[in-house]
Each structure stands twice: as C-alpha cells, then as structure tokens.
Design a protein around this ligand. Structure first.
Ligand code: G3P
Ligand code: MG
Length: 249
C-alpha cells in the first residue's frame, strides 16, 4: 500500500523533555522546545470529572505531591497539586497541565503533538472517546493534527468512532498475535514499536501495510544508529541533544 503524507518531525521529545524536567509538565515542553524539538509525546488520562490531563502513572504518587488514584479527584483539585517538586527544587510548584494547556503551547510554538491515550484500567473506551473529541476541538483549523496513540486497542477504537479524521497509531511493547489485523481495523497510520524489539521483519510487516514506523524510547547513539539503519520515520527520545545534533548518529 502507498504511504500517506507524513507531516511530523523525525525527533519526538518523550513526555515533553524526557527526564531533564518533570515529565508531562509545561516546563518540560518549554525545555524540549529550547533544545530544538518541534514534536512532543505526552500521556493523557481523565480526571474524575472527565477533563483530559497529562500524567503517566495510574497514581499521583510518583510525579506529584498528591497520593492515590489519578482519576479519584476532579480537575479543580488536581490543578492544585505540585507536579514538579518531586523532580527538583527548581521545578517545585509546577502544576499538572490539561490537554488544552498543551494544545495551546504546541500551537503557539508551531510544534506537533503525539497524544498517548493512557487510560486508567477499565476507562479505555471513555478515555479514547473524550480525548479524541477534545483533540478535534482543540486542533480545529490547524494544519497538522495531533497523532493519537495507545497501547489499548479499545481506546483507539473509541477515538476512531469519535473523531475518525484524527490520525491513529498502535503502540506495541511486545508485538502480540494479530496486532497487524487490529491496526488495520483501527485504520492506523503508524505503529510505534518498543525500540529494542524492532527489527527488519517488523519493519517489513508494517511497510507492507503502508504504515509509518515510530519507536520509543531510544536514547543512545548505538540505538539511534540501528533504528536509522532500519529506516524508522521517527524516534521518541529522552535525550534532549538529538534534535540539534542528529549527525552524531
Ligand atoms: O508513547 C511512547 C511511550 O511513551 C510509551 O511508553 O510508558 O513512556 O508511556 P511510556
Ligand atoms: Mg507515553
């Protein structure tokens, strides 16, 4: 199959700016931009009252001063949490961002966004639905749409039903039996592989279906060199030097 046009940059900053700033916060995105990144990956789930916001884990414990399940609090309470102090004193007081905050930032920067739909267990369809509708509204009139990705086919299926025009990518850690048929059913434009598992055979399987191939999370020169040789279309990275020094690979 022919490949569709691909409007996204090659280098994608993981969770805003990898590990150099508190993940999935606005200051991480600002740092990523300062390092030359024009595309970001972030993790999005829903508050108790259905607001899409950025957080990786199922609980607030690791990356905020709050405690407990991420979907136990309404947005008004989540908005009060310190999501930076766990990382470094300099970042203390940095709040959790909503998807709307990050959409505004990316559009102001002319940067692209990969929204990883990261549902709480059991919330796959509800999260895919809400995130897709929010993304459609937030990116209305923009030239480059956000790329919606998920490890959860049910989340992507809900996104497909809610906003079929938004591009989708299936995330695969260990490729499971039947993944290609599922990605085809979801009308994905790309597959995002765990970089260590990606090989020539998986590349060829994806290419045969016309899919673009991205990978996460490659940081070292050795990994980047191997992935470039395989012909990937993009790399999600924690290492903030790549956008300006790609020739090192
Ligand atoms: O979206 C790619 C990557 O972020 C998936 O893994 O755990 O970092 O969200 P994780
Ligand atoms: Mg992620």
């Amino acid at each position: 199959q022919a490949q569709a046009a691909w409007p996204y940059p090659f280098w994608i900053a993981h969770r805003g700016a990898g590990k150099e700033r508190p993940e999935n916060t606005l200051i991480a995105f600002e740092h990523g931009s300062a390092c030359g990144y024009a595309m970001f990956e972030c993790d999005v789930k829903l508050s108790a009252d259905g607001v899409p916001f950025l957080l990786h884990d199922d609980t607030l414990d690791r990356t905020t001063r709050g405690r407990g399940q991420a979907d136990a609090l309404p947005w008004a309470e989540l908005a009060q949490l310190d999501a930076g102090g766990w990382h470094s004193d300099d970042c203390a007081g940095e709040p959790l961002p909503t998807l709307a905050d990050i959409a505004a930032y990316c559009q102001q920067q002319g940067a692209a966004l990969n929204i990883e739909i990261k549902p709480m267990p059991g919330q796959e369809a509800a999260t895919g639905h809400a995130v897709a509708l929010a993304a459609r509204q937030l990116w209305q009139g923009q030239t480059v749409p956000p790329l919606l990705s998920s490890f959860q086919p049910a989340a992507l299926q809900a996104a497909q039903q809610a906003a079929p025009e938004l591009p989708r990518a299936l995330l695969l850690e260990t490729p499971w039996s039947g993944w290609a048929a599922v990605a085809a059913e979801l009308q994905c434009v790309a597959i995002v592989f765990q970089q260590r598992r990606l090989d020539a055979s998986l590349m060829q399987q994806a290419r045969a279906q016309g899919w673009r191939v991205l990978c996460y999370t490659a940081n070292s020169a050795a990994d980047v060199q191997r992935l470039r040789a395989l012909g990937v279309d993009g790399i999600i990275t924690d290492a903030m030097g790549w956008a300006r020094s790609p020739a090192q690979a």
